[in-house]
Ligand binder design. Sequence first.
Ligand code: 5GP
Ligand code: ZN
Length: 139
Amino acid sequence: MTNTDCIFCKIIAGEIPSFKLYEDDRTYAMMDINPFHDGHCLVLTKAHCVNILDADAADLAAVLPTAQKISRAVEAALEPEGINLIQANGPAAGQTVYHYHTHIFPRRLNDGALLNWGHAPGDMGRIEDVYKKIMAALD
Ligand code: 5GP
Ligand code: ZN
């Protein structure tokens, strides 16, 4: 449930301070201390898990309503021009804290955040091959 070496577990336990926005049985929301824009927040599962791959499905299901609640408050308080929900799984995805969290990431037009990618048409044969591999791996 709790990992004693995990900074987010320590925050949830109240051992390390945070700007807590909200908590319920399964989730904990707080300000990110390295914000890209004002209003950059995080929604954590209360239970320790590394990321989406090992998270409990009921914990994940609880994250989205909390993310909506925080997003609505960010929208009302700061009027960003967009909000991304970002959630990193593994080093190449940019995960730096290995306790599940979703970023509430307010955006401004042309803010230069390196999150968006261009839409180039894919090779349908390759997409179909990859599709078949994923389908074969689905439980
Ligand atoms: P990741 O890179 O894993 O997607 O996101 C981790 C986030 O946690 C980063 O945006 C980072 O600023 C934030 N973070 C790291 N340590 C702390 C902390 O002690 N308190 C808070 N509130 N945020 C933290
Ligand atoms: Zn943890």
